[in-house]
Design a protein around this ligand. Structure first.
Ligand code: AMP
Ligand code: MN
Ligand code: MN
Ligand code: MN
Length: 279
């Protein structure tokens, strides 16, 4: 049987994506996606518009959100929540708390960038974000490209915004405990996003997976837009060993800015249980 073309991870203008929720849904449909989850960072505000368009064109849309957490020694880890109730009060309050830290963090980032010759970054990033509660490193990156300091967003991260670079500041997001309580309490399935992108050793990653599973986490992104073949093999093995459901998500942010377009990833290994079988 032909596997379902499911894309369980993408972003709209409601966080740091370049397309509106409606445009994302239309593009996914045009790309052959049969099941889509919109997973903006720490925000569910795009889901109403997404559902309007999805209903109109006949695409099934899953309510999602990508939750930012801090883990260990200032590591940021992302947990994708799928099938959550966007009206759940505790989840909404939790997400609001996470967002409430973004504006002050942006101010601290801009002050650091100013010291290395990138001026006006707070206002510039805010212009791209449209909302201080949603301002992210992606918006800074777009401003820095626009100012002619770098040729693309990826280069900006390499020089200024990745951990250890001059524009990176430490920030406390939610805890893993809180995030899983909110997600599970809102009826959702928690999935570890892009496990290959964290600067954690094999042993540290395993500690994360074990803690995540102990707290009720159920899934892992075996296929992310940025996954390399060896990572797909490694996280397939992890899914089997830990009994995780397998997810597949492009992490699409916009044309020209993302590794891969909506729904354009390979299929999951056949023996894994897709997370969408539980949604
Ligand atoms: P923030 O939540 O403000 O820390 O921003 C994180 C976002 O920055 C991620 O969701 C990605 O969209 C983007 N990002 C992180 N690292 C990179 C990278 N190396 N290249 C391009 N975008 C990145
Ligand atoms: Mn992002
Ligand atoms: Mn992420
Ligand atoms: Mn993402």
């Amino acid at each position: 049987m032909k596997p379902l073309n499911a894309d369980m991870h993408c972003h709209s203008t409601v966080s740091d994506g370049l397309l509106t929720p409606s445009e994302i849904v239309r593009r996914a449909y045009a790309n052959g996606v049969e099941l889509l989850a919109l997973t903006d960072h720490d925000e569910v505000g795009g889901l109403v518009e997404g559902h309007e368009t999805a209903d109109e064109i006949g695409l099934r849309l899953i309510d999602g959100v990508e939750v930012s957490i801090s883990w260990g020694d200032d590591q940021t880890v992302h947990i994708v929540a799928l099938g959550v109730d966007p009206a759940n009060a505790a989840l909404m309050e939790g997400l609001r708390l996470i967002r409430s830290g973004r504006d002050a963090r942006a101010g601290r980032m801009a002050a650091e960038l100013d010291k290395v010759g990138i001026h006006g970054a707070y206002d510039g990033a805010l212009r791209h974000a449209g909302n201080p509660a949603l301002v992210s490193r992606s918006h800074f990156a777009r401003y820095i490209v626009e100012q002619g300091h770098a040729k693309d967003v990826k280069t900006v991260f390499d020089y200024w915004l990745a951990k250890g670079k001059p524009g990176y500041v430490e920030h406390a997001w939610a805890t893993l405990d809180d995030a899983l309580r909110w997600i599970i309490g809102a009826g959702g399935i928690a999935v570890i996003a892009h496990p290959g992108r964290y600067r954690l050793s094999r042993a540290e990653l395993r500690e994360l997976f074990a803690a995540f599973r102990d707290l009720g986490g159920r899934g892992i992104e075996v296929l992310s837009g940025s996954s390399k073949d060896d990572e797909v093999r490694e996280f397939s093995r992890i899914a089997r060993e830990f009994g995780f459901l397998a997810s597949r998500g492009s992490d699409f942010h916009g044309p020209g800015e993302s590794w891969i377009d909506l729904g354009k990833m390979p299929d999951l290994p056949e023996d894994l249980t897709p997370v969408w079988s539980q949604l």
